[in-house]
Design a protein around this ligand. Structure first.
Ligand SMILES: Cc1cc2nc3c(=O)[nH]c(=O)nc-3n(C[C@H](O)[C@H](O)[C@H](O)COP(=O)(O)OP(=O)(O)OC[C@H]3O[C@@H](n4cnc5c(N)ncnc54)[C@H](O)[C@@H]3O)c2cc1C
Ligand SMILES: NC(=O)c1ccc[n+]([C@@H]2O[C@H](COP(=O)([O-])OP(=O)(O)OC[C@H]3O[C@@H](n4cnc5c(N)ncnc54)[C@H](OP(=O)(O)O)[C@@H]3O)[C@@H](O)[C@H]2O)c1
Length: 433
C-alpha cells in the first residue's frame, strides 16, 4: 500500500514538501495537498508584489508538482472548521503542516487601532486580491502616508503606493483595486526604520528598484545616511552605498516623493477619530546594542500608517504552538508521532521562496526516516468524510478554470496576462458554472 501523506497549505513550503515526498520516497507515495482557499501557491499568489512578474513565475514550477500523478490538490478545505487533526491522522500515515504566517505583528503603541492604521498584511492582501479582504477596503485619500519598517515587504508596499495605476495596469491587480489606485491622493510616502541603514532588512536588488521609480523622487537625509564602521557584508555595503547616493541627489519634481528615514521609532499614532499623525522618537543603540529613545521627537502629518514590521503564524487547532517563538516546536520538522511541519510555520516569517525548498526537504527526510518499515495505518477516506460534512473540495481542474477566467478577464479589459478574480463566490462561479 502506498504511503499516504496530507500536506496542509499549498504555499511554497507545502508544494515543495509534496515534491520532496515524491522524489525522496523509495516506496509508492500519495500526497493530498489541502488548502483553505480555492487557489494554490500561498504567498506566491497573495504576497509577491504584482509588478514582480518574474518572481511570480515560480508558480509555473509549483504547478508541475501539483500535476504529478502522485499529488492531488484539494482547495477550499480548512484545517479547523472542515477537518481536525484526528480526522487527518485517521486518513493518512502522516501530516505535514505548512500554513505559513498569516497575521501581522503588533507595534504595541497607542493609536495602533485607529482607522487609517493598517497592517501591511491587510494592505498586501488588498492589492493582491486575497478573498479575505474586500477590494473596496482602502481609499488612498490621504496626501501623506507612513510605512513603518524597512524590510522587503515595506519596500513592496512603498512601490505600489509610489507607482501610478498605469504602471500597474499590465499586472494581475484586481480591477477594482486598480481603480482605487488610480484615484490615489498620495503625494508623500515616509518609510521609517528604527535603526540605521546598516541594519535595514531590505535586499539590494529590491532597494535599487525604488531609485528607478518614474513617478517618485527618492530622498534620504544626509545625516541619517551616515554609517560608522565599515566591516559589513556585501549586501549591506551595497544598501549603504545606494542610500548614500540618494542622500547626495536633489529631487527633480516627480509627482510623488519617497523619504527613506532612519533612527526613528514610532511611539504613538495620533488622531481622535482616525489617523492624523505619527509621532516618532529619534533613537540610538545602547551599549548592549538595543534600540533606545533619545527623548527627541518629531511628528509626521500623515493620514495613513502602514505597519510593515513582520508577519506571524497563528496556532492551528490541536497542533502544539510556542507563544514565545510563534512557531510550531519541532526537531528537524518532527512535531510528534506522524505530525510534521515546514515553511514559515516551522521557522518563522523570514526567508525567500527558495528557502522553503531545503526546509521542506529536511522535514521530508525526517518523516521518511521515521516511517520507514512502519505498518501503514488503516486509512479512512478523507473524501467520504468531507462529502459527509458537505465540503466539496476545489479540484486542480477547477483551479485551472479559475485561472482561465482570470486570463479571459485580462483580455476583455485589455490588461496584461491575468487579472485576479476576487471573492470566493466569484471564483467558485468561474469554476462551477
Ligand atoms: C508580502 C510578501 C511578499 C513576498 N515576496 C517575496 C518575493 O518577492 N520573493 C521571495 O522569494 N519571497 C517573497 N516572500 C517570502 C515568501 O512568500 C515566503 O518565504 C513563502 O511564501 C513562505 O511559504 P509558506 O508555504 O510557509 O507560507 P505561505 O506562502 O503563506 O502558504 C501557506 C498556505 O497555507 C494556507 N493555509 C493557512 N491556514 C490554513 C488552514 N488552516 N488549512 C488549510 N490551509 C491553510 C494558506 O491559505 C496558504 O496558501 C514574500 C512574503 C511576503 C509576506
Ligand atoms: N522581493 C523579495 O525577495 C521579498 C519581498 C517581500 C518579502 N520577502 C521576505 O519575506 C520576509 C518577511 O519580510 P518583512 O519585510 O515582513 O520582515 P523583515 O524583513 O523581518 O522586516 C521587518 C522590519 O520591521 C522592523 N520592525 C520590527 N518591529 C518593529 C517595531 N516594533 N518598530 C519599528 N520597526 C520594527 C524591523 O526592524 P528591526 O530590524 O530593527 O527589527 C524590520 O525593518 C523576509 O525574509 C523578506 O526578505 C522577500
Amino acid at each position: 500500500m502506498a504511503l499516504r501523506v496530507a500536506v496542509i497549505g499549498s504555499g511554497p513550503a507545502g508544494i515543495y514538501t509534496a515534491e520532496a515526498l515524491v522524489k525522496q520516497s523509495l516506496e509508492p507515495v500519495r500526497v493530498d495537498v489541502l488548502e483553505r482557499l480555492p487557489t494554490p501557491y500561498g504567498l506566491v499568489r497573495y504576497g509577491v508584489a504584482p509588478d514582480h512578474t518574474s518572481i511570480k513565475s515560480i508558480a509555473n514550477y509549483l504547478r508541475r508538482v501539483l500535476e504529478l500523478p502522485e499529488v492531488r490538490f484539494l482547495g477550499g478545505v480548512t484545517l479547523g472548521p472542515h477537518v481536525s487533526v484526528e480526522d487527518l491522522l485517521g486518513s493518512y500515515d502522516a501530516v505535514v503542516y505548512c500554513t505559513g504566517a498569516m497575521v501581522d505583528r503588533k507595534l504595541g503603541i497607542p493609536g495602533e487601532d485607529l482607522p487609517g492604521s493598517v497592517a501591511a498584511t491587510d494592505f498586501v492582501n488588498w492589492y493582491c486580491g486575497h478573498p479575505d479582504v474586500d477590494p473596496g477596503r482602502f481609499t488612498l485619500d490621504s496626501p501623506e502616508v507612513a510605512v513603518i519598517g524597512v524590510g522587503n515587504v515595506a519596500v513592496d508596499v512603498v512601490r505600489v503606493l509610489a507607482k501610478t495605476a498605469d504602471e500597474l495596469r499590465a499586472t494581475d491587480v484586481p480591477h477594482d483595486v486598480l481603480e482605487r489606485l488610480s484615484e490615489s491622493q498620495v503625494k508623500a510616502i515616509h518609510m521609517v526604520g528604527r535603526r540605521g541603514p546598516e541594519h535595514a532588512k531590505f535586499t539590494l536588488k529590491e532597494l535599487r528598484e525604488l531609485g528607478d521609480l518614474a513617478n517618485a523622487d527618492v530622498c534620504v537625509r544626509p545625516d541619517e545616511a551616515v554609517v560608522l564602521g565599515g566591516d559589513f557584508p556585501r549586501q549591506v555595503q551595497g544598501n549603504i552605498k545606494v542610500l548614500q547616493s540618494w542622500a547626495a541627489r536633489e529631487p527633480v519634481g516627480r509627482p510623488r516623493r519617497l523619504d527613506v528615514r532612519f533612527w526613528l521609532r514610532p511611539v504613538e499614532i495620533l488622531g481622535a477619530e482616525r489617523v492624523e499623525g505619527l509621532k516618532l522618537e529619534r533613537t540610538r543603540l545602547s551599549e548592549e546594542g538595543r534600540v533606545v529613545g533619545t527623548g527627541e521627537f518629531e511628528t509626521l502629518p500623515v493620514g495613513m500608517v502602514l505597519r510593515s514590521v513582520g508577519y506571524q503564524s497563528v496556532p492551528l487547532p490541536g497542533v502544539p504552538f510556542s507563544e514565545q517563538t510563534m512557531t510550531v516546536p519541532n526537531e528537524a520538522g518532527r512535531i510528534r508521532e506522524r505530525e510534521y511541519v515546514a515553511g514559515w510555520l516551522k521557522r518563522g516569517p523570514t526567508g525567500v521562496i527558495g528557502t522553503n525548498k531545503s526546509d521542506a526537504a529536511e522535514t521530508v527526510r525526517t518523516l521518511l526516516a521515521d516511517l520507514e518499515g512502519r505498518e501503514r495505518v488503516a486509512a479512512e477516506s478523507i473524501d467520504a468524510l468531507l462529502a459527509e460534512r458537505g465540503v466539496r473540495p476545489v479540484t486542480y481542474a477547477e483551479w485551472l478554470a479559475i485561472e482561465a477566467a482570470e486570463t479571459e478577464l485580462a483580455r476583455s479589459l485589455g490588461r496584461g496576462e491575468r487579472v485576479k478574480l476576487v471573492g470566493l463566490e466569484t471564483m467558485l462561479r468561474a469554476c462551477r458554472p
